[in-house]
Design a protein around this ligand. Structure first.
Ligand code: NDP
Ligand code: GDR
Length: 370
């Protein structure tokens, strides 16, 4: 039986990855942070099962800022594979806490690599580092000849998050070269799911779409509607993480769909899932989206009703305008292809949020900052 250790197991990706590895027969260890309230809702179903089937699942308290703790957990668990997914992962918030982000997302990666080295596990333990398309920063001139970002595109991070992650990327590559460690970067483009954190734009949109359709919320406030993102499904992307660590040679891979869509079109798609068509009017801070038709018998939205407005609070000091990834290498070498397209992703998220909003609407969600 292989043993895996996942940092960030309580997050979106950590929860899907834990499920995948358990299905594959792994012993799965995860690091969770101590919090003043429960923070394991994405993995509770695995945890509860512990008394029955999943004795292969164990959580450890820890933090990526705490070297001694990481060394102890790695020593205790002797993992064959470490997936370093733990991070302060919100780009906008990283402008508010840049030093913390550097410590967790940047130096945290070093702490994992060093722990493996200190314990003499370089030959045994394979390491996956959660790198990101934010490394590219969306600079037009850095795209490849096909108009995508690939493994050879230059980096130009545009946030403290991106800068911290660039350290994580290079220190992973350096340890691979310097100490012959099996350490790889997955350069993942945005991936979403019903488990996506509520302050990322896709989930913010699908939750609000559901609440507005049900008549529980009036309007959704967003920032930059022009931003373009290459959105995939987290379930597909955790499969790629696993594949990356199963190759003979350690390498870095771009994981993406190769399709880019604006935030504005994501809003359109989400409302359309519920039979609500929108039109966008006005420009920049005065842009709004209004209902032009509502065909669903369960939802009573007025034609002309404004359902989206801009709040400049959600603008970022520096923005990544456009991301689109070239997954050619991962398709050829890993045999990886996404199973979900954007429409099926949006549908799953909106339908999930309709169920939540029916019973558990919380007015605070309307005022989600970030
Ligand atoms: P989430 O924000 O959903 O999860 C982040 C996880 O990291 C949570 O479990 C969180 O714990 C944990 N964490 C935060 N700070 C620390 C810390 N100091 N020590 C230990 N753990 C910590 O992110 P995702 O699941 O979406 O992303 C997983 C990884 O992939 C992240 O590194 C992210 O930066 C990266 N990434 C994500 C992409 C995406 O589109 N989702 C794209 C590319 C890269 P808690 O639950 O207690 O907050
Ligand atoms: P991103 O994701 O910054 O790409 O980072 P996010 O969903 O936060 O933003 C995507 C784009 O939408 C624009 N936007 C808004 N964003 C948020 N959060 N809230 C809003 O109200 C809003 N309005 C418009 C943003 O400006 C941005 O352009 C995610 C994270 O998961 C990172 O950890 C990961 O590394 C990258 O994806 C790849």
């Amino acid at each position: 039986m292989k043993t895996a250790l996942i940092t960030g197991i309580t997050g979106q990706d950590g929860s899907y990855l834990a499920e995948l590895l358990l299905e594959k027969g792994y012993m799965v260890h995860g690091i969770k942070r101590r919090a003043s309230s429960f923070n394991t809702k994405r993995i509770d179903h695995l945890y509860i099962d512990q008394h029955e089937q999943h004795i292969n699942f164990k959580l450890h308290y820890g933090d990526l800022t705490d070297s001694t703790n990481l060394i102890r957990i790695i020593q205790e668990t002797q993992p064959d594979e470490i997936y370093n997914l733990g991070a302060m992962s919100h780009v906008k918030v990283s402008f508010d806490s840049p030093e913390y982000v550097a410590n967790v997302d940047g130096i945290g990666t070093l702490r994992i690599l060093e722990a493996v080295r200190i314990l003499g596990l370089e030959k045994k333990t394979r390491i996956y580092q959660a790198s990101t398309s934010e490394l590219y920063g969306g600079l037009e001139e850095n795209k490849n000849e096909k108009g995508f970002y690939d493994e050879n595109s230059p980096f130009y991070p545009r946030s403290p998050y991106g800068v911290a992650k660039i350290y994580g990327f290079w220190i992973t590559k350096n340890y691979r070269e310097a100490y012959k460690m099996y350490a790889c970067n997955g350069i993942l483009f945005n991936h979403e799911s019903p488990r996506r954190g509520e302050t990322f734009v896709t989930r913010k949109i699908t939750m609000a779409t559901a609440a507005i359709a049900l008549g529980k919320q009036e309007c959704l406030y967003l920032g930059n509607l022009n931003a373009l993102r290459d959105w995939g499904h987290a379930k597909d992307y955790v499969e790629a993480m696993w594949c990356i660590l199963q190759q003979e040679e350690p390498e870095d891979y771009v994981i993406a769909t190769g399709v880019t869509t604006s935030v504005r079109d994501f809003v359109r798609l989400a409302f359309a899932e519920l039979g609500i068509q929108l039109t966008f009017e006005g420009e920049s801070e005065n842009e709004v989206a209004k209902v032009i038709s509502c065909d669903h018998p369960d939802f009573q939205l007025e034609v002309g009703q404004t359902v989206v407005k801009i709040d400049p609070r959600y603008y970022r000091p520096t923005e990544v305008d456009l991301l689109i990834g070239d997954p050619t290498k991962s398709k050829i070498k890993l045999g990886w292809e996404p199973k979900y397209d954007l429409k099926s992703l949006v549908k799953e998220m909106v339908m999930f949020d309709i169920e939540i909003m029916k019973d558990n609407y919380n007015p605070q969600w309307e005022h989600l900052a970030q």
